[in-house]
Design a protein around this ligand. Structure first.
Ligand code: MIC
Ligand code: SF4
Length: 640
């Protein structure tokens, strides 16, 4: 039977388990990445494991999220991260060097390798033919310590791209089309593998736009072949030696096939407030726009911004629009500066930001009240921009630039002749902002300013779980609902007691105080609970507030593992109707929790309403052991 690319990489990295979809497998991890907002916890966790240096082929610590420094907190975190990188043998990509996924693609990604990152958009590396997966900080910490990464063997879905993209149809439109077809939960437990003759028309940065936003499908990862396009890209980065060809066998088998005709696609837009709320731009043109943001790990490459510069050259940004551009990396910014495109952007009236995540996650540039903001990023969750009633729409760079000029949502096809920007033969390679750890590291100390607080400790699972149902939420609740981002709250990522007070604050401002007063309790959720980011703070804050269990209709992959990693029990309703009969304040009881977990026969008693709900879990034997041990850190330490 012919192998697909995903199964080839998995087979080459399989440490344990059998490659049957749904069964847990263990993978050897070649490379890891962390970013500053999840990295402080990850390195504290690595330190707690007690191993002197990372055991991966390559680990990189990036600073790209918390760069708006309005107090000492972020700067403290950055100092800590730099000291941890030096001590543990990790490369340190300094603040200003760029967004982790963009820089990793440029400088480190290698086809055929595995990459685990403490950021949900790590699958960006799939644009180079890597198997790149996002995970919580603790999973990345254990991988840095040389433990394998455990994940359910995914189904592999083949997305066949046929033909050449129609004029003005960008890579962003392709992934928006996939989101329209499959929705934000359509990729859970799946890897999306892109093949077909259409692949040849997409550059590596284009492919990376598509694999990046596979995270919005809930997919475990997304991957493109490593072919002549990949070879050329690596050569342009002075890394020709890193090229390895990776193609599916001609008779490769897949769990499902989806065909997309690229020549029939049109420019698309995701309307507020979900990335799958996708319509044709042509259907919504003429709506007034207040802000345009071009950047984020989805669309901030050199070719992206060159297309924007070509559209803006010699023109002026509309008087009612604030155009904000954050290049994805220092290399991108240096290239634009060297060839004059930066001058074109500035002359047109663009506001140029640091090479970082910035507005994508509410770190600066929040739109005006009820403002419409067209953005090239990947998430348009309500409130994420920092303005509660802002209307965020997701579009390609071309559509964003068009709206910046006209002041209204505009079909980029109205701009005339399409723009073709080839990937250059050679990028200006300059790694001086990436610090390599010294050889002599034993004497080095971790620098811990007052913003760095100790790790919270989970306790082993009790025999009986009893608590008040403190909060019931609907479907597709994101980690941005559970543990909001934004400049002020993200500055507290290394201080769990302080950040926990913000848990669920946009859903119910009384939640944290009620949870503390009640001595903890239980949360009830709908479908796809915890979709979105990898931030383990969405488990750590509930842990700190005493939450014992979350009962939902279904869970997103990374968040469910984060709950297990910190000893919070994730259960699913056997009968989804039971969700409707629970009210806030009901007292819920799980007797014999340990035994029920082992036998997967748990029942939740609603003591207040005298009802019994059968519940299930989707945990492997290993995950159950982690629950019993009181979280992954204790489990791993016990193994050592
Ligand atoms: C995001 O896009 O939501 C983030 C911020 O990059 C997160 C990570 C974090 O919360 O620190 C992610 O995608 O995992
Ligand atoms: Fe940064 Fe936004 Fe990408 Fe998250 S999605 S890594 S916040 S640019």
């Amino acid at each position: 039977m012919g192998q697909n690319m995903t199964r080839k990489i998995i087979a080459a990295h399989l440490v344990e388990g059998e490659m049957t979809p749904g069964k847990e497998i263990a993978l050897r991890i070649d490379q890891t990445l962390t970013q500053d907002a999840t990295g402080t916890m990850a390195y504290l966790e690595f330190e707690a494991i007690g191993i002197p240096a990372v055991r991966t082929e390559l680990s990189v610590s990036y600073v790209d999220h918390n760069t708006l420094q309005v107090g000492f907190e972020n700067a403290d975190d950055h100092k800590f991260l730099q000291s941890a990188a030096a001590k543990f043998g990790v490369r340190f990509s300094r603040m200003g060097n760029g967004i982790c996924h963009q820089v990793h693609l440029e400088r480190f990604g290698v086809p055929g390798k595995t990459l685990l990152g403490s950021d949900s958009h790590t699958p960006t590396g799939g644009g180079l033919g890597m198997l790149a997966i996002g995970a919580g900080g603790l999973d990345v910490a254990t991988s840095m310590a040389g433990y394998p990464f455990y994940v359910k063997m995914p189904q592999v879905i083949n997305i066949r791209l046929h033909g050449k993209p129609a004029p003005w149809v960008a890579a962003k439109d392709i992934i928006l089309e996939v989101l329209r077809l499959l929705t934000v939960k359509g990729g859970v437990s799946k890897v999306m593998e892109y093949t077909g003759e259409g692949v040849a028309f997409l550059s590596v940065p284009d492919r990376a736009t598509i694999t990046n936003m596979g995270a919005e499908l809930g997919a475990t990862s997304s991957i493109f072949p490593s072919d002549t396009v990949t070879a050329k890209f690596l050569a342009s980065q002075d890394r020709a030696g890193d090229f390895v060809e990776l193609l599916p066998d001609p008779d490769a088998q897949y769990d499902e096939v989806i065909d997309i005709q690229l020549n029939e696609l049109e420019p698309l837009i995701a309307l507020p407030h979900m990335p799958d709320n996708v319509v044709k731009i042509a259907d919504v043109t003429g709506r007034k726009v207040d802000q345009v943001f071009i950047g984020s790990c989805t669309n901030s490459s050199y070719t992206d911004l060159m297309r924007v510069a070509a559209i803006l050259k010699g023109k002026t940004v509309h008087s009612q629009v604030s155009l904000v551009i954050a290049p994805g990396s220092r290399q991108v910014l240096a290239s634009l500066a060297a060839n004059g495109a930066l001058t074109d952007l500035v002359a047109a009236g663009a506001r140029i930001l640091e090479c970082a995540c910035g507005p994508c996650v509410g770190v600066g540039q929040s739109p005006c009240s009820a403002g419409v903001s067209l953005r090239t990023c990947n998430r348009n969750f309500e409130g994420r921009s920092g303005t509660e009633d802002a209307q965020i729409c997701l579009v390609s760079c071309e559509a964003a630039a068009a709206a910046a000029l006209t002041g209204v949502i505009t079909d980029p096809r109205d701009l005339g002749e399409p723009i073709d920007v080839p990937v250059p033969d050679k990028f200006p390679v300059d790694d001086r902002m990436i610090i390599v750890a010294p050889d002599n590291r034993e004497e080095l100390e971790l620098v811990m300013g007052p913003n760095i607080k100790p790790l919270p400790v989970a306790s082993p699972m009790p025999g009986e779980i009893k608590g008040e149902m403190l909060l019931k939420v609907g479907d597709n609740i994101t980690t941005d609902h559970i543990m909001p981002a934004g400049a002020s709250i993200m500055a507290l990522r290394s201080n769990i007691p302080a950040i926990s007070m913000h848990a669920f604050e946009r859903v119910d401002a009384t939640f944290a105080k009620r949870a503390l007063a009640a001595g903890g309790g239980i949360i009830v959720g709908g479908l796809n609970y915890g979709q979105g980011s990898s931030r383990e703070h969405a488990a750590l804050a509930p842990l700190y507030l005493g939450i014992k269990a979350v009962i939902a209709k279904s869970f997103a992959r990374i968040h469910m593992q984060n709950l297990v990693n910190f000893g919070l029990l994730p259960l699913t309703f056997a009968n989804e109707e039971d969700y409707d009969t629970i009210e806030s304040g009901d007292v819920l009881l799980i007797e014999d929790a340990r035994q029920c977990l082992a036998a997967n026969t748990a029942k939740v008693r609603n003591v207040t309403r005298d009802k019994l709900y059968p519940v299930k879990h989707n945990l492997s034997d290993r995950q159950i052991e982690i629950m019993f041990a009181g979280g992954l850190l204790k489990y791993v330490k016990d193994k050592v």
